[in-house]
Design a protein around this ligand. Sequence first.
Ligand code: PLP
Length: 419
Amino acid sequence: MAQRRANDAERQTTAPAPRQPYPDRAATIAASEHFLGSESGSMLRSLGADIIIGAREGARFQDAFTGEWYWNMHCNGGVFNMGHRNPRLVQALRDALDHLDVGNHRFTSGIRARAAEKLVKSTGGVHAGVAFNASGGEASDLAIRLARAVTGRKRIASIKGCYHGHTGIAISTTDLEFSRPLGGRLPGFTQVPWDDLPAMDKAVDDRAAAVIMETQPSSRGFLLPSEGYIQAVHRLCRERGALLIIDEVQTGMGRTGTVWSWQQYDIEPDMFTSGKGLSGGVYPLAATVMSKPVYDYLHTYPYGQICTYGGTEIGSAVLCELLDMVDHPAFLSHVRELSRQFTEGFKGAPFDYWTRGLSGGIGGREPRWAHEAMRKLFENGVWAVFSSFNKRALQWKPVLIMTPHEADQVIAQVRTALG
Ligand SMILES: Cc1ncc(COP(=O)(O)O)c(C=O)c1O
């Protein structure tokens, strides 16, 4: 606590606290629980992590009523990769609002085209084009629809305990815990264990349209793949005529130390999806990025994808600025440097730590270790969240642009909380 107070005193925040519509914490919670379905704040409260977000800036946010500050080590799955209210991105949004609105998704738009061009460029020539969506789930749905259309096959394999969205198709790729209460899985979907090549070998038969997976399963705490696993899945898909879809919603936009995580495995996925971080934390956007054969297919069907809020002009303007930031060589080397700093800082700790770039997890042996650790970290000013399908692990996703000094403070607070 003493360590935390010292850090609080050091903080020079300029972030104004947003005005709260309800007079106090109790009234806010009551309204939220009354009017909002699926109010996940109550689940977090039951774990001792009671937060109502107020002011936010860079790598931290403040509770609206207690005034306590927390380091954001979850980043809402990467939405806040560039920190909260990143000044460059807020400015890009302000500038856009001076002249633009969401635009008309039916009209040709130079701003949307430029954002797509920059995204394609970020793939180093591996991919040919983009379809924008409003959410990561929609990006997954489109990728799966396209895989089925292009291959003429129906079956989709995904990884047990992984997550690609709650939309109509994507929900069938994830755990039954999510889909069963809402009608269950659609036919044709199968799940195989993570990092299990023989199981994947069986799943990818001549009826398989695609494998959809992340290079590190975020809902399992960003486990690291065994050497050669990702490449072997890619090879299986190629040999058997199935497409490989990599979900980069959480691992993309520089998180792993390259712009896209697949770039570290010497593979060329037929499609990849992105969302969350694509918003810069200020304007929602998601994308399905396609290789040429898939893109050509979509090009021939003008109604292949329609999404009113996919590729809004405001969102595209923000994305252009964001991709310029990510494209800067100093940005990725900073991610790799921070990665080394956390690895060094957690050496000898009584918990496990694993990461690729800043896509990692911390974990223990007890079945519900992450719940207890989350509470202890929360009490010490660090916001980290357990993994939905691995309660032994907390997701560990620092803001990519935090300073080395800030990272030192986080490390100290984690060591105070967890040893
Ligand atoms: C890996 C992954 N894919 C897809 C999604 C779905 O994104 P969205 O919530 O924007 O639909 C998520 C959301 O948590 C995710 O973590």
